[in-house]
Design a protein around this ligand. Structure first.
Ligand code: ZN
Length: 419
């Protein structure tokens, strides 16, 4: 069999594995709480809070979607015309067109162009956040964050680009196989490393101070059978008023993180509800499952790019002879961008189901639906969320159930246990 035949077979195998994993790992059987309960919950929210959240989300929308469209257009303009390959060539020229210069500097230049074109939209978003009082870091803090994130992406991108094109040179016929394995390993590695190497670039993490709340949270984790070494507090207040918590890392790097804003704004019972939700993620190994799915997805993407990249019309559009050239990198970016936009609603749906399961875990663990519901209200009001967002937006991009769905889930639980 030819390398191409093996690639087709591999892609089929990876696709089946992904479908099976999604079928097994995602709690598909858990339907959202009845719409009537959601509408009742919506009716119980202060009208002013609902209006403010909707106004804020509406203010973000034009810039957000324009940025998405412009980003897509730039990716297509660079990838499906010879513009991008010329840019890669140009950047590599001072280095005699050396492949490594084209691969790393040319590749980063392509990404940078897209970032710079959408920069005004990012600034505009920051101005909306500031106007609504959510942002606390000012323009200098915003600029520093932006530069830091460029730097982090440049480092990770340079390593990935160099590795990818080095593999292509070492194994011209089978690079897709090594590339797929490398991409999968990189995803797993990043999952371990990001919380301890990258997150501290943006925030300071300190162990939660000793006290009744910490003791309670640790004993809840023990009762839940989830080994948690510590609950960390992030100094999120340096850039936002928004409240949040999350769990990240794998094995030895796993941590539950709460924003300092959450500790300031919420009652201890509400913080407990949030942490119980995060313990649900830990208990169901959602980070590990996400990492595994991400790794297989990245491997499948590399194989798919190899197969698509031998398609003549596409190569002619991009003005390159082979997808294996660094000059073809803009074409790969265009394909990945389109795939990302198409996959977004599927990813959002899977995320919502996983989040709903963590909510159910929190309700069962704390057996305190009142605090869970008040936590949802607070999350919505402080973060200026639309408690019941437009259906199309919810379906396309919502990573979490809506506030009214989560409130309704708490009410359904309360009914079930007779509280
Ligand atoms: Zn969650």
């Amino acid at each position: 069999m030819t390398p191409r035949g093996w690639a087709l077979l591999t892609l089929a195998g990876l696709t089946i594995a992904l479908v099976v994993l999604a079928a097994l790992l995602i709690p598909w059987h858990r339907p959202p709480a009845p719409r009537a309960d959601q509408l009742a919950a919506l009716g119980d929210l202060p009208a002013e809070q609902v209006a403010k959240g909707r106004e804020f989300r509406a203010a973000l929308r034009p810039g957000g979607y324009t940025a998405l469209a412009v980003g897509l257009l730039i990716a297509l303009a660079l990838g499906l015309t010879p513009l991008g390959s010329r840019l890669v060539e140009l950047v590599g020229r001072p280095f005699g067109g050396h492949w490594a210069a084209q691969a790393v500097l040319g590749g980063l230049a392509v990404v940078l162009v897209a970032d710079l074109v959408t920069l005004p939209f990012a600034a505009w978003r920051q101005s909306v956040l500031t106007r609504y009082g959510l942002s606390t870091n000012g323009w200098s803090g915003w600029a520093v964050d932006l530069l830091k994130s460029y730097a982090v992406s440049a480092v990770i991108g340079a390593v990935a680009l160099f590795g990818f094109y080095a593999v292509i040179r070492l194994a011209p016929r089978w690079w897709w196989a090594f590339g797929a394995a490398g991409a999968a390993v990189l995803v797993v590695l990043l999952s371990f490393v990001l919380p301890v190497v990258v997150e501290p670039v943006f925030n300071r993490f300190t162990p939660m101070e000793q006290g009744q709340l910490r003791t309670e949270l640790m004993s809840m984790a023990a009762r839940d059978g989830v080994p948690v070494r510590d609950v960390l507090v992030a100094d999120a207040s340096r850039r936002t008023r928004a409240v949040n918590a999350y769990v990240s890392g794998l094995g030895p790097t796993r941590r539950v993180v709460v924003y300092d804003t959450l500790l300031r704004e919420a009652t201890p019972a509400e913080v407990t509800a949030v942490v119980a939700h995060e313990l649900g993620h830990a208990k169901d190994s959602d980070v590990a499952a996400g990492t595994l799915t991400g790794a297989l997805g990245a491997a499948a993407a590399v194989v798919a790019l190899y197969l698509l990249g031998s398609w003549g019309p596409l190569l002619r559009l991009a003005g390159v002879d082979s997808v294996a050239q660094p000059r073809a990198f803009p074409l790969l970016v265009a394909l990945v961008t389109v795939a990302g936009l198409v996959a977004a609603p599927v990813q959002a749906l899977m995320s919502r189901r996983v989040e709903a399961r963590a909510d159910a875990h929190a309700l069962a663990l704390t057996n305190d639906p009142e605090s869970f519901e008040s936590m949802q209200r607070r999350l919505g009001s402080v973060n200026l969320g639309d408690p019941d967002p437009p259906r199309w937006e919810y379906l396309y991009s919502a990573s979490h159930p809506s506030t009214v769905e989560r409130m309704a889930a708490a009410r359904a639980y309360a009914r079930e246990v007779g509280r």
